[in-house]
Design a protein around this ligand. Structure first.
Ligand code: DP6
Length: 356
C-alpha cells in the first residue's frame, strides 16, 4: 500500500464538533530509530492501555482563510507554547487531509494521568487528535469504511509521534512491516488479531513513578542518536527477530518466554542509550532497585511478574490479572518506597480509543 491511499478529496465545509478518547500504550518490542517520514527502522508491538488516556475535543468552524488555523487548550488553559509542535504535525498531514485549510480548529485536550507523571502523553494525544480529524472526514465522506477510518487515523497519528500509531486500537497492536504478520505496515499500526491468547487481554500494567521530572533527552533526540550508532544495525535486526519470537508467545500464552523477551527488550533499549554518542542514562538508582526487587520476588514466589521501561526512569510492571492480589501487596509493601512520593498508577490492557 502506498501513501496515496490516504489522500482525501475536498468537500464543502460543515460545522462539526468531535470528541475522542485515546489511550497510552506500552511497547513490548521497542521502536527506537526511524527515518523520514516517521518510518520505523524496526517493527514494534505494544499493549494498548486503558486508564492512562487523553480526551480531545475539536470544534471545527468553516472559514475562508485557506490556511491551517487552530487554537489549543490543555485542561481548559490556552497553551500557545504547544502550537509549534502541532503546526509541524498539521503541515505534515495536510496533504492527506486537504480539507483542513477550510476550517478553524479549536482543540481542547486533557490527560487522565497526572500532568508531570513522566508518562509520555504524545502517543495518546496525537492519537486522539487524529481520530477527531478522521471523525470529521467521515462526516464529509460517509461511504468511508471502518477499517480505512482506523488505518488512516493510525497513519496520521504516526506522523505526529511514531508510537501514537499504536494508540488507536487494542488490545495489542503492531507497527512496522514484518514477515510474521502479513497485514503489517510501516505506515500504520494493525491489531494483533484474534489469535491473541486470552491472558493478554486482561494483562495488568502498574506504572511505578520513579521520576516525574522532564527527561534530559527526548525520544525524538534519542531516535536521532541511532543514526551512526555503532550497534544500530544489530539492534534493528535484534528487535525484528524478537518480534518474530514474541508473536507465537502472544498466541500461546507462554509466560516464561514472554517475561524473558520483554525484559530483554527493555534493557536492550536502554543499552542503546548508554552507548549513544553523546551517551545518556534515563534510568535512576530507584529504577535499578525496583528491577532487583522484581527479580528476587519472581525467584522466591515463581510469580509471573516482569518489568518493561519506556524512554524514562519509570518502571512498568506487567502481570496477569489472576495474580493481582499478591502483586498489589508486593508493590505496596516493597516497591512504593522507591517511587516519588510513593506514587504509582494501576493500568491494564484496554480495547482502544473511543468516541465520547
Ligand atoms: C521508547 O513515539 O515518542 O517509547 O516518533 O519521535 O515521537 P517520536 O518518538 P516516540 O518514541 C517512543 C519510544 C519508546 C518505544 C516505543 O514506544 O516503541
Amino acid at each position: 500500500m502506498d501513501t496515496s491511499t490516504f489522500i482525501a478529496s475536498t468537500a464543502s465545509p460543515i460545522h462539526y464538533t468531535s470528541s475522542w478518547e485515546a489511550p497510552s500504550n506500552i511497547a513490548l518490542i521497542k521502536y527506537w530509530g526511524k527515518k523520514e517520514p516517521q518510518i520505523p527502522k524496526n517493527p514494534s508491538l505494544s499493549f494498548t492501555l486503558s486508564s492512562s488516556k487523553t480526551k480531545t475535543k475539536v470544534i471545527f468552524t468553516p472559514h475562508d482563510k485557506n490556511e491551517i488555523d487552530f487554537e489549543f487548550y490543555f485542561h481548559g488553559v490556552q497553551k500557545p507554547d504547544f502550537k509549534p509542535k502541532l503546526k509541524t504535525f498539521f503541515d505534515r498531514i495536510s496533504a492527506y487531509i486537504p480539507w483542513i485549510v477550510r476550517y478553524h480548529l479549536e482543540i481542547h485536550s486533557e490527560n487522565s494521568f497526572p500532568h508531570s507523571s513522566g508518562i509520555a502523553s504524545s502517543a495518546s494525544s496525537m492519537a486522539a487528535l487524529s481520530l477527531c480529524l478522521m471523525d470529521l472526514e467521515q462526516q464529509l465522506f460517509p461511504e468511508m469504511e471502518q477499517a480505512y477510518f482506523f488505518q488512516k487515523a493510525s497513519f496520521l497519528a504516526r506522523l505526529g509521534s511514531g508510537s501514537a500509531a499504536r494508540s488507536i486500537q487494542g488490545p495489542v497492536t503492531l507497527w512496522g512491516k514484518n514477515e510474521t504478520k502479513k497485514t503489517s505496515s510501516d505506515l500504520f499500526a494493525v491489531p494483533f488479531g484474534s489469535s491473541l491468547h486470552s491472558v493478554f487481554e486482561e494483562y495488568q500494567d502498574t506504572i511505578l513513578l520513579v521520576d516525574k521530572g522532564s527527561k534530559p533527552v527526548s525520544s525524538t533526540q534519542g531516535h536521532n542518536l541511532m543514526h551512526g550508532h555503532p550497534f544500530a544495525e544489530n539492534r534493528f535486526s535484534q528487535a525484528t527477530n524478537h518480534l518474530s519470537e514474541l508473536v507465537p508467545i502472544m498466541d500461546s500464552g507462554a509466560l516464561d518466554d514472554f517475561i524473558h523477551l520483554v525484559e530483554l527488550e527493555a534493557l536492550s533499549l536502554h543499552a542503546m542509550m548508554l552507548t549513544s554518542s553523546p551517551y545518556f542514562i534515563l534510568m535512576q538508582p530507584n529504577t535499578l532497585a525496583i528491577i532487583q526487587k522484581v527479580w528476587e520476588f519472581r525467584k522466591e514466589t515463581l510469580t509471573p511478574l516482569c518489568f518493561t521501561l519506556d524512554a524514562g526512569a519509570n518502571v512498568h510492571l506487567l502481570y496477569p490479572n489472576s495474580f493481582r492480589t499478591e502483586i498489589h501487596s508486593f508493590i505496596e509493601g516493597e516497591l512504593s518506597g522507591f517511587c516519588q512520593k510513593g506514587q504509582y498508577l494501576f493500568d491494564a490492557v484496554g480495547k482502544g480509543a473511543k468516541k465520547v
